[in-house]
Structure formats: C-alpha cells, structure tokens
Design a protein around this ligand. Sequence first.
Ligand SMILES: [Zn+2]
Length: 90
Amino acid sequence: MPAMRLCDIGIDEVLAIRCQCRRIVQFGRNALHQLGVPVETPIADIVPRLRCDNCGARTGFAVTIEATRDSSIHVDRKPPRAVIADPEKD
Ligand SMILES: [Zn+2]
C-alpha cells in the first residue's frame, strides 16, 4: 500500500487517533489542514508529532482512517480503510 497522504482522507472519512489511555481524537482532513498541515503530508509523518491531551503520551497511538460516523444511520462498525500505526503489532 502506498503511503497515505492527508489529501487521501475522503470528505466522509476521518483520521482516528487512539491513545493507550483510551482517549480517541478524530480529525477531518480540513481540520488538519487548518492546523497548518499541508495536504501532501504523509500521514505517517504526522504520527510522531502527536501528543495526547489527556495523558501526555507521545507514542503508542493507534492511527487509522475510517468512515465518519453518521449518528442518524445505524450501521455495523466497519473496519478502518487504512491503518497508519498499530502499536499492538509492534
Ligand atoms: Zn493518552
């Protein structure tokens, strides 16, 4: 799989970051772009810059690209489209 870039996140998808403390943060592509991240940035390059607001961790995040949850539609939980980082496989 080629390296996923920020611009590869679809408008109906989010970058989901799960910390080991169970905090989950989701970013849409526009949210990241507004933080000053260029759209051509490889998502794997964003991961080392992450810091958990809850516990302060800088490593150990599970990072995936997944479909935005639509609270008006009950759908089965789909597997993420792409896994950028999975600490459980290290
Ligand atoms: Zn944390």
